[in-house]
Design a protein around this ligand. Structure first.
Ligand SMILES: [Zn+2]
Length: 80
């Protein structure tokens, strides 16, 4: 699914993708971690969020560390 243009939404095929932010939620066992303000492209039609690959990798790596600490619920701000 690689196209030259990332401007069209792959979900609704109607909207355009604009710079924005997404909220990602991770759950593991009894832990929930919410990461806000992750850089993403957001469809202006259906609202689907496409998180940038590099940002997603960073988030997953940080979240994995937090899970190891045994947090129950944590809300973190990506930009902070
Ligand atoms: Zn869309």
């Amino acid at each position: 699914m690689k196209k030259n243009s990332i401007c069209q939404c792959a979900v609704c095929k109607n909207g355009s993708l604009i710079d924005g932010t997404a909220t990602m939620t991770f759950e593991k066992d009894n832990s929930v971690i919410v990461v806000k303000n992750v850089p993403a492209l957001v469809c202006n039609n259906c609202g689907e969020e496409f998180v940038h690959d590099s940002a997603a990798r960073e988030v997953v790596s940080n979240v994995t560390k937090e899970f190891h600490k045994g947090v129950q619920i944590e809300v973190v701000d990506y930009a902070a």
